[in-house]
Ligand binder design. Structure first.
Ligand SMILES: [Zn+2]
Length: 325
């Protein structure tokens, strides 16, 4: 079974912790609601690890977090949906639980998992794009995470695709994730409904009756049923996805793109159209090879499995350092 490690994916609403073996198989999983304060969150993590290590001989813990980490990945500088600010999370938790703790950005953790065990395996230059509430992205060069010079690359969801466009929570206007995400689908439907009379659309009738019922998932369900408004929203989504992929291809020239996340999983609704936009908009269109685009294999487990793999790599690197003296 090899070394066992614990992967923990800390989301804004829930925490998921699993014991994972060196084949990426989850052996034992616990869940909890994400507590609102730093102290309560740390207590929750200690309790989950304590329960798992009482049953399994796990050697290290990896935490997958949506936020900015320091380049040495010891501290969390800022995580928009979590209570930690400038917090020495790895060292403090290691001191409390007695086994090493490693931090990783959640999109990078998911990318590591897809490369090691899933859809990005055998990719040379791979992009893993998690499309859900926003866009999370991980870039892998032969399996190594590309972090940039200061540890914060890549923020692909905040590339400006529409100058002066929709406001984004990052403070800018017209960011890619404001047009290519689950929340973007909702905004697009609201714009479409304000612009025209959609007659027999069930989605239009439902939104008129209960505006709060509109979610990305609801738009995807309506599109699968052939609803005209939902299909128009997905056509705009596909155009934006293709536009973004072409921009990324012009910088990074990947050979493999893996689509993950809640919206990424509904790729049957947009992938062919997005691929056409991507092929048309990339520089040198028709005269270069394009990346293969695949769906995720690990789905919502990618963060946990990737965090556990990061912990496994962390203890191996520490052993190598010790042997070198
Ligand atoms: Zn933004």
């Amino acid at each position: 079974m090899g070394d066992l490690t614990i992967g923990i994916d800390i989301g804004g609403t829930s925490v998921r912790a699993s014991v994972v073996d060196d084949h990426g198989v989850m052996l034992d999983t616990l869940r909890a609601a994400t507590p609102p304060t730093a102290g309560a969150l740390e207590h929750c993590l200690d309790r989950l690890v304590g329960e798992l290590t009482s049953r399994w001989a796990a050697k290290a813990v990896g935490l997958a977090i949506a936020g900015f980490l320091t380049p040495d990945r010891q501290m969390i500088r800022f995580a928009p949906h979590l209570p930690w600010r400038e917090a020495r999370v790895a060292d403090d938790m290691t001191a409390r639980i007695g086994i090493p703790v490693f931090l990783e950005h959640d999109a990078n953790a998911a990318a590591v998992a897809e490369w090691r065990f899933g859809a990005a395996a055998r990719g040379h230059n791979s992009l893993v794009l998690a499309i859900g509430t926003g866009i999370g992205a991980g870039l892998l060069l032969d399996g190594e995470i590309y972090r940039g010079s200061f540890g914060v690359a890549p923020e692909l969801g905040h590339l400006t695709v529409v100058p002066g466009g929709r406001p984004c929570s990052c403070g800018k206007l017209g960011c890619w994730e404001r047009y290519c995400s689950g929340t973007a689908l909702v905004d697009t439907v609201i714009e479409l409904l304000a612009d025209g009379d959609w007659g027999r659309s069930q989605l239009a009738a439902d939104v008129a009756a209960d505006p709060g019922s509109l979610t990305g998932r609801r738009v995807a369900g309506a599109a699968a049923d052939g609803d005209a408004v939902a299909l128009a929203a997905f056509a705009q989504f596909a155009a934006s996805l293709g536009q973004g992929l072409a921009m990324i291809a012009d910088i990074f020239d990947p050979d493999l793109i893996v689509l993950a996340g809640g919206v990424g999983a509904a790729s049957g609704l947009f992938l062919d159209e997005a691929r056409e936009h991507y092929a048309r908009l990339v520089t040198g269109s028709g005269h270069r090879q394009l990346a293969r685009i695949r769906g995720t294999q690990l789905g919502e487990s990618a963060g946990v499995v990737g965090a556990a793999e990061v912990a496994r790599q962390g203890i191996r690197a520490a052993v190598t350092d010790t042997l070198r003296g």
